[in-house]
Design a protein around this ligand. Structure first.
Ligand SMILES: [Zn+2]
Length: 182
């Protein structure tokens, strides 16, 4: 895990803090100018899009074209911009990745994921994933782009083995349970 070496305000080297130790996973405190670099999980949004084919629900998944977990299946979505409302970010990501316009976003589940790469910066290590159910037009033409290699529909009760991220696998379980109880 990479850690910052210098204070972004005054440029002093970050030094290990004296006692009592601060919660270093949350905060980088500059011992020179006192600037506190607060660290918390990065917010991301994912779209749970379903359709019915021959009476059975299917879910739309996208194959990751970028690390981490390149080649694994994911929900379409991505990181929120700074200050961006989640529903706005969801709509933006679906436009960018699939060229589709979503409607009726409803928050469905959320969870924390940990990025696995050793070279990711400490401040990008944890992701708060917000999963929204939403609709796309029935005749939408899905065109994978951006950091998505392809998009495909899977039976909700038979998702692929290699789904990236714990929160995605749990959201799939919860979505299946929601369908079963409908
Ligand atoms: Zn400083």
């Amino acid at each position: 895990m990479k850690r910052y070496s210098f204070c972004p305000v005054c440029g002093s080297p970050y030094r290990p803090l004296g006692s009592p130790p601060a919660p270093v996973s949350n905060l980088l405190l500059c011992s020179s100018c006192g600037f506190e670099f607060w660290q918390n999980s990065k917010p991301a949004v994912g779209a749970l899009v379903t359709r019915i084919v021959d009476g059975r629900p299917q879910v739309l998944l996208t194959r990751r074209a970028v690390e981490p977990h390149k080649g694994m299946w994911d929900f379409p979505g991505g990181y929120l911009e700074n200050g961006e409302p989640p529903e706005t970010g969801l709509a933006r990501e679906l436009e960018e990745e699939l060229g589709v316009r979503i409607t009726r976003p409803r928050l469905f589940s959320m969870g924390i994921d940990e990025y696995p790469r050793d070279d990711v910066a400490e401040e990008a290590r944890f992701v708060l994933s917000l999963h929204y159910r939403c609709e796309i037009p029935a005749d939408a033409r899905i065109a994978a782009a951006d950091d998505v290699a392809e998009a495909a529909w899977f039976p909700l009760d038979q998702p692929p083995e290699n789904v990236a991220f714990v929160s995605n696998r749990r959201a799939l379980d919860e979505l299946r349970a929601a369908w079963a109880s409908d």
